[in-house]
Design a protein around this ligand. Structure first.
Ligand code: ZN
Length: 195
């Protein structure tokens, strides 16, 4: 039971940082910044009350959001240099996650799934398959959430800018919680053309 618990704790720890933009990583160095005009206008357009915006030191173009008691947007420094329309598309994508309460939903799914996996493992030795199932379900849910956020961002911002932003991020790989860049772009393109 102890080894199972250690494995469980380790896997929870390994699983949480997988989310690239819905769960703020523990230990991030964040600095609160003034709400930019572009951000507050977009928050109004999407219909989200944004409580705080933070800047994260880091080399990449990325953004994160947390929705719940406080709605928080975290931007990596590099993303502040994006062309204006791409910046707006990125913010719109994150605001959609907040509006749809994605981080809360994902937290609930993960917590209940892992509890169930732990319960199953106490019955017999099903821990690994149960855990893999939670992992798979979580990944599918995340991909759905990403598609929803892309769809919203394409509505509230320039879809072409969203596409170039996605190409800029690069491909995230099949085990990531984000769908591949190609899949995301295809979906947005078919949305623009009205199919
Ligand atoms: Zn996202």
């Amino acid at each position: 039971m102890l080894t199972e618990f250690i494995a469980f704790a380790f896997m929870v720890g390994a699983l949480l940082p997988l989310s690239t933009d819905s769960i703020a990583k523990v230990g991030m160095k964040l600095r609160p910044i003034e709400m930019d005009q572009k951000i507050s206008t977009m928050a109004e357009t999407v219909g989200v009350k944004l409580d705080r915006v933070y800047l994260k030191e880091g080399g990449g173009i990325n953004a994160y959001s947390l929705g719940g008691l406080k709605n928080v947007l975290i931007l990596e420094r590099e993303s502040m240099n994006l062309p204006e329309e791409e910046f707006k598309a990125m913010v719109a994508h994150e605001l959609s996650h907040i509006k749809r309460r994605h981080s809360l939903m994902r937290g609930a799914v993960l917590a209940s799934g892992l509890l169930m996996a732990l319960w199953l493992s106490s019955l017999n030795r099903l821990f690994l398959p149960a855990f893999l199932l939670v992992f798979l379900v979580d990944m599918l849910i995340c991909r759905r959430m990403e598609s929803q956020a892309d769809r919203d961002a394409a509505t509230f911002a320039d879809p072409k800018a969203l596409i170039s932003l996605i190409w800029r991020y690069g491909d995230t790989g099949s085990m990531s919680d984000h769908p591949s860049a190609q899949t995301r772009v295809k979906k947005i393109e078919s949305m623009i053309s009205g199919h």
